[in-house]
Design a protein around this ligand. Sequence first.
Ligand SMILES: [Zn+2]
Length: 465
Amino acid sequence: MERKNAWSKYTSKKDSKAVFDFAEGYRQFLSSCKTERECVRFFIADAEKKGFKNLDDIVAKNGKLKAGDKVYAVNKGKEMALFIIGSEDLQNGMNILGAHIDSPRMDLKQNPLYEDSDIALLDTHYYGGIKKYQWVTIPLALHGVMVKKTGEVIDVNIGEDAADPVFGISDLLIHLAADQMDKKGAKVVEGEDLNVIVGSIPGFDKEGKKEKDAVKANVLKLLKEKYDIEEEDFISAEIEVVPAGAARDFGFDRSMILGYGHDDRVCAYSSFMALVNHTKKLKKTACCLLVDKEEIGSVGATGMESRFFENTFAELYNCLGDYSELKLRRALTSCKVLSSDVSAALDPNYASAFEKNNAAYLGRGLVFNKYTGSRGKSGSNDASAEYVGEIRAIMDKDNVFWQTAELGKVDQGGGGTIAYIMGNYNMQVIDSGVAVLSMHAPCEIISKVDLYEALLGYEAFIKYA
Ligand SMILES: [Zn+2]
């Protein structure tokens, strides 16, 4: 049972135009939104243009909502939920598109800046699952915020503009790497050695003498002049070290995109666009939920484990003038979810890690994973057969190209998603998403046609589920 390649739907230039146009918007989004905060800012701006109102403002004014209204809610600048109110009673549940907007990276430590051997460096702690050796010798940028004691928030974004400097982590030259090359992959570059080089000119005193840590002092002087940042401000900062530069079209046929953070912004962007560009009346309320902290276990205030979603849903219910605790519980139980996260595309260079009859293929459309997990499906949501049947029917109704997959061979590894946390509400949930090559590497690869089929699949789900 082989699934067809989705490009077969778009053989003429005219047919494929929509695929390439949508991908170009995504490529630009991916190039400029490299942190969860930057994604949320982009999504708020686009949603407001399309008529979405901030739910907090409506709640503050004791306002009411009705069918057809569009609202969004933001959690601490790093997580958001968007809703289009349907005509049916909310007790019948919502159709939810979920995805995450955090990506693997390196975060600066709280006391990061130091000098060693006349070089100034920033110490990091990596975030999410990475092969550490992939993050050396590539140009890196700094994105994030620094918060002063006054509460003033300074946005940091250095390394993206062509006129900006970039930063990076050195690697040992091959000529001296005899010991390093004998190490296991996990130890070739160790976490504590992911130190980002940021300067090398020392400051000198009047007599031309270099004092101790003068390179570090000079970097601090520059930071003070340019950004009004003091060393202590690093304590209340969230600076993410990410690959510098724009996402690029990939391949002679420009069929793919190479870029940082496809996991899981490819699903977040297509889910978001499916919702905000929806213009027809909906029976069921539709929701797009974009969460943070998935890469470290969905924990904390802005992760899927947080009460944010539940509380926001309660506020929404209340604005419909019909709130009760029991009704809210009924509504939660009745929700249907496409919990989207990227899938591993079968990689011909490493085919032995996959089981080819149950692998995702680049270009074969939106991927559904009945279950994820590892070592006997541990940590998986495992969608019910009935729900999978319903999803098949929904996708086929709009001729969406889709495929089913597992993450690699049994006992080869595995991974989890936010799906089981939505499942805890007793919702119907299935894992879905876009296939990726080089997942969790600084530059990942996706197919433009998979991105487009995901959009079509999400649109079909909001309409028919
Ligand atoms: Zn992911």
